[in-house]
Ligand binder design. Structure first.
Ligand SMILES: Cc1cc2nc3c(=O)[nH]c(=O)nc-3n(C[C@H](O)[C@H](O)[C@H](O)COP(=O)(O)O)c2cc1C
Length: 392
């Protein structure tokens, strides 16, 4: 029998699905509900020194939808509005009620040693299992030198990690930004400064769109906007790439996230190095109850593959990631058309013709492949509206 149990730095997770630091972890009552519904843990909405001024904008979200489904989500939300005392009481209450659930205190402070260390000391005395340093919010609040302003600078990131490690009495994860040229470089810098683990990714800096009647960028805040953080299923390829790049350079535990909306995403993250995954946008769109399908799906997959636990998937795909130069180019695949599924719309023929190769034609009501012209790029299989083309 497979199990979903796993452990990271001697912290036991009853399952590898935890809520990331965001609105679903902003209220004690909500986290209580999430734990009851089966989440393995929660990273608390980022806690700051009580005197840090934060005024939220309205509205703070914009979405990119396809077929009614939210594919991409942009937010310009800031950090937690609970006081440190409210969090301390809340963490204690949650630990008493849900002793097996993991709680990670996400923290952020101005770049002042005393401020970071005071915050850490305050939560050293809590029942939180670990710290997560938020070096990565793209809009909260780089203009004050915090958030992504820290995580895009290796020197400042390692300096703060060092300050935190001097006083932290719990494991320290550093949450990194994808908005850098080389995320693994920043990961190595904080590792050298003593980080016990990495969390990645925070949101991708974005601009969701522009109202073409008024030329107001989205989301509109009294006619103006700002660059926000992009999340949800559309950022998964970026998150996966970042986690894989970190894993290629570092053995530290990784809390992986970015677009996890089902068990498959979680398994993919684990295969490129994540120990557990965090989820935010999927829950903001569909509610905490999505945990049921995530857990069952992953458990079924582990059993189907003969794995014992999530740890068995970890890093499995890493040996298969290489540079383009090292890819074996001695084989070529060709499109195979399923004549039952194909509706002879001719889209594949047009696209192949207009995107370089002109290898497909519609002859006597059937798609023909000219193997001399086909390079096996696979574009036809991706644009076919009936999924009638497979590459073999
Ligand atoms: C509305 C919103 C608020 C967020 N607030 C925080 C935060 O306070 N601290 C933090 O570290 N990350 C914050 N995040 C980032 C998420 O924790 C997560 O890293 C990101 O959304 C990617 O995961 P997802 O695609 O599952 O949403 C926030 C994300 C959203 C959408």
């Amino acid at each position: 029998m497979a199990t979903l149990k796993t452990s990271v730095l001697e912290i036991d997770f009853e399952n590898p699905f935890i809520l990331s630091s965001a609105p679903p972890t902003a209220k004690i009552e909500s986290i209580d509900k999430a734990f009851t519904l089966g989440w393995g843990g929660a990273v608390l909405k980022t806690i700051t020194p009580d005197n840090l001024e934060m005024i939220e904008a309205s509205q703070r979200y914009a979405t990119w939808k396809s077929g009614g489904r939210v594919c991409g989500f942009e937010n310009i939300e800031l950090l937690s509005h609970l006081t440190n005392k409210q969090w301390l009481d809340g963490i204690k209450y949650l630990k008493q009620k849900h002793p097996t659930k993991v709680q990670i205190a996400s923290i952020m402070a101005p770049v002042v040693k005393e401020e970071w260390q005071n915050l850490v000391k305050t939560f050293n005395d809590s029942e939180a299992d670990a710290f997560e340093l938020n070096f990565s919010c793209p809009h909260g609040m780089p203009e004050k030198g915090i958030g992504m302003a820290i995580g895009t600078n290796a020197e400042i990131s390692s300096m703060i990690t060092g300050w935190v490690k001097e006083v932290a009495e719990k494991p320290v994860f550093v949450k990194l930004s994808p908005n850098v040229t080389d995320i693994a470089y920043i990961a190595k810098a904080v590792e050298a400064a003593g980080a016990d683990g990495i969390a990645a990714i925070n949101t991708v800096q974005s601009l969701m769109g522009v109202d073409l009647d008024t030329f107001e960028p989205l989301p509109k805040v009294n006619g103006k906007s700002t660059f926000g953080g992009y999340s949800g299923m559309s950022v998964k390829p970026i998150g996966l790439r970042c986690v894989a790049q970190i894993r290629q350079k570092s053995d530290l535990p990784i809390l992986g996230m970015g677009g996890v909306s089902g068990w498959r995403d979680a398994a993919e993250y684990m295969s490129v190095g994540a120990d557990v995954v965090q989820v935010c946008t999927e829950v903001m769109i569909n509610g905490y109850a999505v945990i049921g399908g995530m857990k069952q799906g992953l458990l079924d997959y582990l059993e189907h593959k003969g794995f014992n636990s999530p740890a068995d998937i970890k890093n499995k795909a890493i040996p298969n990631l290489s540079s383009h130069e090292k890819l074996n180019k001695s084989t070529q695949v060709y499109p195979h058309i399923d004549d039952v599924l194909c509706v002879r719309c001719g889209k594949c023929v047009t696209i192949c013709d207009e995107s370089e190769h002109s290898a497909l034609s519609l002859v006597d009501g059937r798609i023909q492949v000219n193997r001399d012209a086909c390079v096996g790029c696979s574009l036809c299989s991706h644009v076919c509206p009936k999924a009638a083309i497979t590459m073999k």
